[in-house]
Design a protein around this ligand. Structure first.
Ligand SMILES: Nc1nc2c(ncn2[C@@H]2O[C@H](COP(=O)(O)OP(=O)(O)OP(=O)(O)O)[C@@H](O)[C@H]2O)c(=O)[nH]1
Ligand SMILES: [Mg+2]
Length: 235
């Protein structure tokens, strides 16, 4: 299966090289696409340099920080245009440990979307405070019971999609940008009747660099679920 790992980056210069090295140990056949939003710490230049040394790594440069959701949409369109069979979403900060890549690659053989789940046996968030766990499980409860999404970890961002699934979704109509983006995508995939499976991951906090998470994207995810549930036609 021809596979692309999409990695959005904003100021990840300290993580990029060690991450790519580990990815190639675990998934040597996969190609990598870095979507950099004009990072101020040289991540974009570093990505260009890696590309010249290894053509398996490609880079999309965008002019400024346009958000994680649109970075993934750009990556998905690239995967479709270049005829990949499957595309991963993966963070650059080592929260998504490359050691799980073989589990995803095995699972995607018999599924349309594989989600790296923190909330199934074998998964977890050992570094998180009780407050952060509560917010995250609140999202889970809302998405599961209000939208009927049959997975335990709807906001998870370590995923592998079959490109056939991405082709069947009208990507230009995705509204959300932050965590809501992950919920919206899994909802669309479910609505189309595709097979979704979860594989356990232990999610650890970033090794180096700063988090870009904000309250705004958490609120966006909650409002997406409520709006979709209580609007007349849904999506
Ligand atoms: N291209 C691009 N990448 C981004 C943007 N915002 C975040 N990222 C990347 O998206 C990934 C996840 O961002 P994080 O800052 O780790 O946010 P998070 O994982 O939601 O939050 P933490 O759990 O606190 O780390 C990282 O690889 C970031 O570099 C953006 O606006 N554009
Ligand atoms: Mg992170």
């Amino acid at each position: 299966m021809k596979t692309l790992i999409i990695i959005p980056t904003y100021n990840e210069a300290g993580n990029l090289c060690p991450l790519l090295k580990e990815i190639f140990v675990r998934a040597p056949e996969s190609d990598i696409l870095i979507v950099d939003d004009n990072s101020t710490d040289g991540t974009g230049e570093l990505a260009n340099q890696i590309h010249t040394e290894n053509p398996q790594v490609n880079v999309i440069h965008r002019p400024g920080k346009l958000g994680l959701g649109t970075a993934y949409l750009a990556g998905f369109k690239y995967a479709i245009a270049h005829n990949y069979d499957a595309a991963f979403e993966m963070d650059a900060d080592f929260s998504h440990d490359p050691r799980y890549l073989p589990d995803f690659l095995k699972a995607i053989e018999h599924a349309d979307l594989v989600i790296g789940s923190r909330y199934v046996p074998g998964g977890g968030t050992p570094d998180w405070s009780p407050v952060r766990r509560l917010i995250s499980s609140g999202g889970y409860i809302l998405a599961r019971f209000l939208l009927g999404i049959p997975v335990h970890d709807c906001t998870a961002g370590f995923r592998c999609y079959r490109c056939e699934v991405l082709r069947s979704i009208d990507l230009d109509t995705i509204q959300s940008r932050g965590y809501g983006f992950q919920v919206e995508l899994v909802y669309r995939v479910m609505k189309q009747g595709f097979k979704i499976v979860e594989t356990p991951i232990i999610f650890v906090d970033r090794r180096v660099g700063k988090s870009k998470m904000s309250h705004k994207i958490v609120i966006e995810a909650f409002t997406y679920v409520l709006r979709t549930r209580f609007s007349r036609g849904g999506i």
